[in-house]
Design a protein around this ligand. Structure first.
Ligand code: APR
Length: 171
């Protein structure tokens, strides 16, 4: 598996990378889960910048500064709500990863940390979500040398095991 990809169990708000990815909602006005943690750690300026952006459709991404976070940037993306798997959820989740990496390259971002997008409040099953995440990141890195390091930041042992299983699959 690609040596530029790493997984760890931890808090994404503590990661010293160029950009962390936020699993936001379409309003971009904050919420619970990782969205809440990122806004708490970044401080009120983050919400002020998000307000000026005015929202983000599912599957797309928006860039803001990281303010009080160790990360310079936050890439906000809106994952799909799991509705049983027959409503384009897989493709929307895949586009969250692809669009986040494309936005990173556009801004010269070289190290990026992802949470397990949509696997919390939005209910996407962990194993298929990890499969999509690892597949999309790996495909992107195969065609783009500019991203130096992608870290999947897992918030539970269950998530870590799902990502580890995907990373250890034979090519
Ligand atoms: N660091 C890393 N991962 C985290 C953190 C953290 N500090 N906090 C939570 N997570 C993990 C969760 O355990 C889950 O695996 O992030 C993953 C995504 O879960 P959510 O944060 O619930 O995000 P999501 O499922 O995409 O739902 C998005 O939740 O918080 C609201 O405003 C957000 O409405 C949006 C919805």
């Amino acid at each position: 598996m690609n040596e530029r990809i790493a997984i760890l169990i931890g808090d994404i708000t503590r990661q010293h990378v160029d950009a962390i990815v936020n699993a936001a909602n379409s309003s971009l006005l904050g919420g619970g889960g990782v969205d809440g943690a990122i806004h708490r750690a970044a401080g009120p300026e983050l919400l002020e910048e998000c307000r000026r952006i005015g929202g983000c459709p599912t599957g797309e991404t928006r860039l803001t500064r990281g303010y009080r976070l160790p990360a310079t940037w936050v890439i906000h993306t809106v994952g799909p709500v799991w509705r049983g798997g027959q409503h384009g959820e897989d493709e929307l989740l895949a586009s969250c990863y692809r669009n986040s990496l494309a936005l990173a390259v556009q801004h010269g971002i070289r190290t990026i940390a992802f949470p397990a997008i949509s696997t919390g409040v939005y209910g996407f099953p962990m194993a298929p979500a990890a499969h999509i995440a690892v597949r999309e990141v790996n495909d992107f890195l195969e065609h783009d040398p500019s991203i130096e390091r992608v870290v999947f930041v897992c918030y539970s042992q269950e998530a870590y095991k799902a990502y580890e299983a995907e990373l250890n699959k034979p090519e």
